[in-house]
Ligand binder design. Structure first.
Ligand code: ADP
Length: 873
């Protein structure tokens, strides 16, 4: 019963009612306390002791707390786990009020609104996203980074999948949604991204944000971003002056890479560790500033499709490359530039300290030199960039005059403002310094007067200034010479009226000067606040220069070449390499490969043993295309590429061991998504599609998919397969060509050459790979026998690859050449040879179903034993 709770608990419950979905950190003296369920949950999540207290009712109230000064680390831990924390402070001075102090929530900290701390990786944005639904298949999507002030918004027309893709790209940890959002959609956002969902139903434009929306006429866009702004405003309860004008973007302006493809290509994180290391971003990241690091990720996430802009970036990269020494200078200067965007954010939020301002000053001091170097690079685009570099001299000037070089962290204890900056401050300081000189003088005089050499004048917080005389010397003092103040074991402390008078002056002056310093500091902060838009613009230009110099450095270091772009949709790569594999491997081991595709070679069917390098080859082409379209040079000796509108990568389910949840259905859904959306300007990589089901099924599907792409889409497609039988398709499909990764047999063992060659692989090397995997020799021997038996039974009558399945596939090929295709058509009837007994047929079926790579040696032995038994008896 609420009525019987103590007034404080009642106050707690009242506040808590508005923050049901957050941990309420309730300020009590030097602690933030949590009560009831919050306390129980927090004690588990934070591993802190759960206690209890009287609350006015019979039962004690569960309670746990964290000290005020170490609260940030606990808040961070909770927020990192996806929780929200409401900070409830005392908003009155407890000394001034009787009874219960007023308390209010001053900020709600959520995964998407973290401004500092470990959770905020400096080279990554921390976006909070928002979603509005207008009609079916019409979504407003936007995202902001509260720490940098960036805001983006777009309208997505189509499947909800589009929203999920954008959400994935933004990497937002929190999504602000209308309360009425469909549960299924909520589930998808939570499931796939673990996003924290927050409700905000107000989508009316708050006047204070209208200046950010200039030129954004569309009401859908306004509503979408307003929902987010209203949420931020409601939860942050402080100045959001650093929010930048809202940018409207269209997904059509960029190369589309959906979530699966992005993951498969390991653009910004690897599949296995989900970390940056090993990704394309990791390879490329030679940026020197945090802002540059963030922009690099953004560019990788959204490659360009407008040739003009790609060529502009290219020309800048080329210029940076050809000016080696200037580039080193630029890199040096950039190293000194701090995170201007986040500094600006902290200035607006009011949590900037004097050290931050010194960093700001040092950063700005780099700009004139940077500007001069870039201006003189003899490149028009560079000149334009140089012109955009705004050194904000007035800010440098004021910071240089006002702020001390090594200020303390605290902004409330003085020692921040330079001498000579402010007259009154100087006067106070003089007074205090003079007072101190007077005191030093006093010590000398009194020593002389009394003849006590050890007499000293000291200071402590309780008694202020005093004169100290040791007990042994007390007899040298005249009676009543000083007023006695304190007796110590070995000494007596005295004061004099003069000393106290000076003391008052000094202390007053010090107090005044500290107060004044704080005032001056906030004035300066406000002054800097006026420069936020200019600082943000500067940050943009600096980050662009940073990424471009980074491209130049990487391209030089790794011997990349400038790609040219073909309007005839030609791919020509000489000595192309997979950028990341090459780096990881040591250059001399990597075998470069060529690629050529044009209107007569739209589809390349890649065969070759497992582990020979099929996936690597396909990925290297996609990564090369992406590198080209973000404006970087590419890992090859010569490169011509089309500008691709979309890239799709799909991997057969059996390959996708990592997520552990990928089923054949997912594989097919993904394939379908690619097929539905690809155009002739797209690049499709299908890696072992169809292997997630039984052999016949898989092969039939693979073939049908290839035919569909070949006949109806015409996208540049690389299709790798271990279904050797598919290579006959070259005869039927004019624009399909076989290529293979070569391997040779040496002493009965397979040696991978990693070299791409024209034509189909001459055979499957599955058994050899099994041999490499150290399966027992007797098992390998038996497998070879069985294979041999297959091959001789099914000796080809039409020159096709000699296995049991060939017969069937050849039939499907003919039957379906121009038939309407349906993925799930009935399986073609398999005509088994009449010569086999039913027992043998069953054994054969069983062998066909075996995925040798998936077997442990023990399982293999057991299987072989069973087969053997079946056939013998
Ligand atoms: P597949 O797709 O044919 O099973 P992968 O593309 O996964 O084979 O390649 C297997 C391994 O072979 C890679 O991890 C890599 O170490 C190596 N490899 C692939 N391509 C090359 C190459 N061109 N040069 C050197 N090593 C390579």
């Amino acid at each position: 019963m609420a009525a019987t709770y103590t007034p404080m608990i009642q106050q707690y419950l009242q506040v808590k009612a508005d923050y049901q979905d957050a941990f309420l950190f309730f300020r009590l003296g030097d602690f933030y306390e949590m009560f009831f369920d919050d306390a129980i949950k927090a004690s588990q999540e934070l591993e802190i002791t759960l206690t209890s207290r009287e609350g006015g009712t019979e039962d004690r109230i569960p309670m746990c707390g964290v000290p005020y000064h170490s609260a940030p680390q606990y808040i961070e831990r909770l927020v990192e786990k996806g929780f929200k924390v409401a900070i409830c402070e005392q908003t009155e001075d407890p000394r001034q009020v009787k009874g219960i102090v007023k308390r209010e929530v001053v900020q709600l900290i959520t995964p998407g609104t973290m401004m500092e701390g470990r959770g905020l990786n400096e080279k990554e944005n921390n976006y909070i996203a928002t979603l509005s639904i207008f009609d079916e298949n019409s979504y407003g999507f936007g995202y902001s980074d509260l720490s940098t002030g960036e805001n983006q918004v777009t309208i997505l027309e189509g499947e909800f999948e589009l929203v999920l893709n954008e959400l994935a790209l933004s990497g937002a940890k929190e999504v602000v949604i209308p309360a009425s959002l469909d549960e299924a959609l909520k589930g998808k956002m939570k499931e796939r991204f673990g996003a924290t969902l927050s409700i905000e139903d107000n989508e009316n434009l708050n006047e204070s944000f209208s200046v950010l929306l200039n030129g954004l006429e569309d009401t859908k866009l306004t509503k979408t971003i307003s929902r987010l702004f209203n949420y931020l405003y409601r939860t942050q309860k402080r100045s959001l002056d650093h929010l930048q004008p809202v940018t409207r973007y269209e997904i059509q302006q960029f190369m589309k890479i959906d979530y699966y493809s992005k993951r498969n290509l390991e653009l910004t994180e690897t599949i296995r560790s989900k970390g940056k290391k090993g990704s394309l971003l990791w390879l490329l990241d030679e940026t020197k500033t945090a802002m540059g690091g963030r922009l690099l990720k953004h560019w990788i996430d959204r490659p360009l499709i407008q040739k003009v802009e790609i060529l502009r970036r290219q020309s800048l990269v080329e210029t940076f490359m050809s000016h080696y020494f200037e580039r080193q200078d630029i890199r040096e200067k950039l190293t000194e530039v701090y995170d201007l965007e986040r500094l600006a954010g902290r200035v607006a939020f009011g949590n900037v300290n004097a050290r931050d301002l010194i960093q700001l000053k040092r950063s700005l001091m780099q700009i004139p030199a940077l500007k001069a170097i870039i201006h003189d690079l003899n490149n028009e685009a560079a000149k334009l960039l140089a012109e955009q570099l705004d050194p904000c001299e007035e800010v440098v000037d004021i910071l240089e005059r006002a702020i001390m070089e090594n200020p303390p962290l605290s902004i409330k204890e003085g020692n921040i403002i330079q001498d000579g900056y402010h007259e009154a401050l100087d006067r106070y300081r003089d007074a205090s310094r003079n007072g101190k000189t007077w005191i030093a003088q006093l010590e000398r005089e009194e020593r002389e007067k009394t003849g006590i050499k050890t007499l000293k004048v000291g200071y402590n917080r309780v008694f202020g200034y005093y004169i100290e005389v040791t007990k042994a010397n007390l007899h040298l003092l005249k009676d009543g010479q000083y007023d006695r103040k304190q007796t110590l074991t070995n000494a007596e402390r005295f004061i004099t009226p003069d000393l106290k008078e000076k003391e008052a002056l000094i202390l007053q002056a010090e107090e005044k000067s500290v107060e004044l310093e704080y005032e001056l500091f906030t004035e300066i902060r406000e002054f800097v606040k006026g420069y936020i838009p200019r600082l943000q613009q500067l940050a943009k230009t600096v980050s662009e220069i940073d990424v471009l110099q980074c491209f130049a450095s990487i391209s030089e270091e790794r011997h990349y070449v400038k790609p040219s772009f073909s309007d005839e949709r030609i791919i020509l790569l000489k000595d192309g390499r997979h950028p990341v594999v090459e780096k990881v491997m040591k250059a001399q081991e990597y075998v470069p490969n060529d690629c050529y595709m044009d209107k007569d070679r739209e589809v390349l069917l890649i065969t070759g043993p497992n582990m020979s390098g099929k996936s690597t080859y396909m990925r290297q082409i996609a990564l090369t295309a992406i590198l080209a379209q973000i404006g970087c040079f590419v890992p090859a000796n010569e490169a011509t590429l089309p500008i691709f509108d979309q890239v799709f990568t799909r991997i057969g389910a059996a390959d996708d061991l990592i997520s552990g949840q990928s089923t054949f259905m997912v594989e097919m859904l993904e394939a379908n998504n690619a097929i539905e959306n690809a155009t002739e300007n797209s690049l499709i990589l299908f890696d072992e599609i169809g292997r997630g089901t039984s052999t016949y099924d898989g092969m039939a599907l693979a073939q049908a998919i290839i035919e569909y792409i070949h006949n109806r889409i015409g996208a540049k497609t690389l299709f790798s397969t271990h279904y050797h039988e598919l290579t006959v398709l070259e005869e039927e499909l004019k624009q399909l060509k076989n290529i293979h990764v070569s391997a040779i047999e040496q002493n009965g063992k397979v040696v991978f050459l990693h070299k791409i060659k024209e034509g189909a692989a001459d055979k499957s090397y599955g058994i050899h790979v099994a041999q490499l995997a150290n399966l027992p020799a007797s098992l390998i021997g038996r497998a070879k026998e069985i294979l041999h038996a297959f091959e001789s039974q099914d000796a080809p009558s039409s020159g096709q690859a000699p296995t049991v399945e060939t017969v069937k596939i050849a039939e499907t090929t003919k039957a379906s050449a121009d038939a309407q295709l349906s993925f799930f058509d009935e399986n073609p009837v398999v005509k088994e040879k009449a010569t086999l007994s039913s027992k043998e047929k069953r054994a054969l079926d069983q062998i066909k179903e075996i995925d040798i790579l998936e077997l442990t040696p023990m399982q293999a032995m057991n299987t072989l034993y069973e087969l053997h038994k079946k056939l013998k008896h």
